[in-house]
Every structure is written in C-alpha cells, then in structure tokens.
Write a protein that binds this ligand. Structure first.
Ligand code: GLU
Length: 431
C-alpha cells in the first residue's frame, strides 16, 4: 500500500469507529460466529436483536421536594437456555441500543460458561454520584415497581453492574418481595450476604478475569511473577483484579479511574491505592505514584493490560500503539472491532469479555442456586467452583481458537452461539 492509501485506509477505520454503536458490533460478532459454524440463517435472524425490550419512565421525588422522571430500560435478549440474566447499570449516558447490546453479550457470556441462563441487561439513565442515598432508594424501588411483572427468579434475574451495588440490590429485592407478598431472594443476585448474597460474589468478576489471564499467560509461557500489569478502571472489577494479580506476584505499574491515573514503574500497592481512592475520590495522587493520562496508560509498555471500565476504550489509535502481550477484558465491550483486528495482527492475545468478565455472572448463578435451595456455601467452596468453571470455559474457547485458527473472541462466540442454537433447535424454534 502507498503511504497515501495507508493513510486513507486508517482514516476510514477511524471514521467508522466514530459512529460505533455497540448493538451493531455485537450483531457483527454473532453473524461471524453463525457463518463460521455454518448454521442456518434463522439462527442469526433470531439472535440479531433482543426478544423483548422494555422502556419505563420512573418519577422520583428528589430531596428538595421536586419530582424528576428517570428513564429505565430492561432488555431480554434470549431465554433458550434459561431465564434472562444480567446486570443493571446506573449511568448518565446509557442509551437503548447500548442496553440491547449488553443484553446480547450476556446471552453469550452465560453460554460460554455453560450456565443455564439466557441474557438480559438493564439500565437507568441517572448520575448516581450526584444523588443522595434516599433518592437512590426511591429510584431503585420505582424501577422495580415498573418492571415487576417481567422479572422473577425464573424469568429475568438482575444483578449489579456499573455504579450499582449490593445495597441497591437489597432495596430492589425488598420492593419485589413486598409486591409479591413473599420473600423472593432469588430475583436479584449480588445481594448483601445477610439477605441471601453469596460469599465471594463481590470479588468474582475480578477473580474470574485473573484466572483467565493466568491460564493465557501459561499458554504463552509468561511467568506471572514479576509480570507488568496495567489496569484501566478502579471500581469493583479493576481494583480487585489489581489486588488479586498482585497477590500472584505480578507488578501492577499503573491504574486509573474516571478522574485520573496513577503510575509507578516499580509497582504500586493496589490495596493502598484503593484506600487512597476511597478517601480522596480518585486514584490520582496516590502516594509514591505519578499522574498518567488515560491514553498514556493504555499504551504503556507492559505484559498484561486489564481494561475494567466502559465500552470502546481500546480504539484503532490505541491498538496501533499498545505495547502489551495479553489483554484481559474485565469490562464489557472495551475493544472496538477495528482495534481487535489490529491487535490480532500485532500478535496481542485478547481474552474476550464474554469469557474474561464472566466470573461475576458465574457466582451470581451460584448465589441463585443457593437461594433456590436455601443452603449456603463457604467462600472457599464458591471460589473453587468458580475456578473450575473458568478454567473449563477457557480451555473450551482455547481449543476452538486452536482448532479453527480463529481469534479467541470468534472462538468464544462460536462456543456460545453453538450452545444457544442447539437449545433453540431442540425447543423447536428453528422449524
Ligand atoms: N454485570 C455483570 C456482568 O456484566 C454481572 C451480571 C450478573 O451477575 O448477572 O457480567
């Protein structure tokens, strides 16, 4: 290619990225898997959109006495393998197609792990950082009153996601139980322990991600001891992943959150950085670290990069400059498809979100099972079962990647789509 043609091609890739809609990205991923598996077109026709999508307007009285109406969404993508399952996020910029896409990723995430669930996702457009606990409680309860008929332990089971937490789950379970006149702990997962939460749930997304990274590092012959790790996002997934990988002997050299970043080439202490963030609102400025921009953080020279924030963070421009060997996607949809191709060409091993971020929903499944049987496991039992499920799923995806010579992401979608298609077939949905 001439330099001009290369520049033009690059410009087109970047222009395409600007109009990125996660819904179109996941449709592309499903189409690719359906074609690679040689499945009939009906599979794609059914899976290319959610089977149900709900939009609700929730009036909430604010502390100053005024009323504000918040928009809420719940998307149920497919329930061939079991009830819809997936988180509920509170974020000011959520939009309906994003929720649709996230629910689709959940179907495939559950299927890769072999969980008896379909996929769902919900969101409320709000800024929880600017709301009081009372306002958040009224919003959470209002959302449940609006969606109560469509959720339930055998229909659709929400869980925490971006900026939601066990307390929000507790208000929601309480509201749902009151409406039903019976305790229904199995309607939500990620609850506080005292009302049917599971030991180990809080750490599960991070733990699952670290297990897949550890297995990938083994395959590539990279020792975790001393490996340089960068983590983008310091919420539940990122901060715990940093701590767990540090405990395995890796050196966490940079971390960030929505407000800033912290860098220490000699390795920082993830627990101390979290304490600093809890006191000061951001990791930036943590003692012994230097501030670092988001772009510099993503392109730092390291062995393992863990994006644990939002969608579309690793773009074409970032992918061209990335200097890592493994990417463990703890977030949903952090890498754009164009960037994914570049990373593949550059030999970076990307552990796709539907595998690497599946630890949370896996322990949600354990929580739901414990709720249904009213018998609770120890943290050790939960972690052992999580470890076993993650390793098994990793091996399944890795074998497909090796046998079919496709990217791990395509392999994961192939494993998942094959399972969902088989369920749809025996249920008679495919004619
Ligand atoms: N929100 C998490 C995810 O995206 C967990 C979902 C769940 O536990 O149902 O996987």
């Amino acid at each position: 290619m001439t330099t001009d043609a290369a520049t033009a091609a690059a410009a087109t890739a970047e222009a395409r990225e600007e109009t990125l809609n996660p819904f179109h990205i996941v449709q592309h991923q499903v189409r690719e898997a359906v074609n690679a598996l040689g499945l009939e077109p009906a599979v794609y026709e059914i899976l290319k959109q959610p089977m149900r999508f709900f939009e609700v307007a929730i009036p909430v009285q604010l502390d100053d006495g005024s009323v504000r109406v918040f928009m809420g969404y719940r998307s149920q993508h497919n329930d061939a393998l079991g009830p819809a399952k997936g988180g509920l996020r509170f974020h000011p910029q959520v939009f309906p197609d994003e929720v649709r896409a996230l629910s689709m990723w959940m179907t495939f995430k559950c299927a890769v792990l072999g969980l008896p669930y379909g996929g769902g996702k919900g969101a409320i457009a709000c800024n929880p950082k600017e709301m009081s606990p009372g306002e958040l409680e009224r919003l959470s309860r209002g959302f449940i009153r609006a969606v109560a008929p469509i959720i339930g332990p055998s229909k659709d089971i929400p869980a925490p996601d971006v900026y939601t937490n066990p307390q929000i789950m507790a208000w929601m379970v309480d509201e749902y139980s009151k409406l039903r006149w019976e305790n229904q702990f199995g309607v939500m997962t990620g609850k506080p322990l005292i009302i049917g939460g599971s030991a180990g749930r809080n750490e599960a997304t991070a733990r699952g991600c670290v297990v897949t990274v550890r297995e990938a590092a083994k395959k590539l012959g990279i020792p975790l001891k001393g490996a340089r790790v960068v983590v983008q996002g310091y919420g539940n997934a990122g901060s715990i992943a940093a701590r767990l990988i540090h405990e395995l002997g890796a050196k966490v050299i940079a971390v960030s959150d929505s407000r800033g970043g912290a860098f220490d080439p000699d390795g920082l202490d993830p627990v101390k950085v979290l304490e600093y963030k809890n006191k000061n609102g951001s990791v930036e400025g943590a003692p012994g670290t230097r501030p670092i921009s988001n772009d510099d953080l993503l392109t730092l020279e390291c062995d393992i990069l863990i994006p644990a924030a939002l969608e579309n963070q690793i773009t074409v421009s970032v992918a061209r400059r990335i200097k890592t060997r493994i990417i463990g996607e703890a977030a949903n949809g952090p890498t754009t498809p164009e960037a994914d191709d570049i990373l593949f060409d550059r030999g970076v091993l990307v552990l796709p979100d539907i595998l690497a971020s599946a630890g949370g929903v896996t322990v949600s499944y354990f929580e739901w099972v414990q709720n249904l049987m009213n018998f609770y496991w120890t943290e050790e039992e939960v972690n052992q079962r999580l470890e076993a499920k993650m390793v098994e799923a990793f091996e399944r995806v890795y074998a497909m990647h090796r046998d079919k010579k496709v990217k791990l992401r395509v392999a994961a979608f192939m494993v998942a789509v094959a399972r969902v298609a088989e369920a749809m077939r025996v249920r008679g949905w495919l004619g």
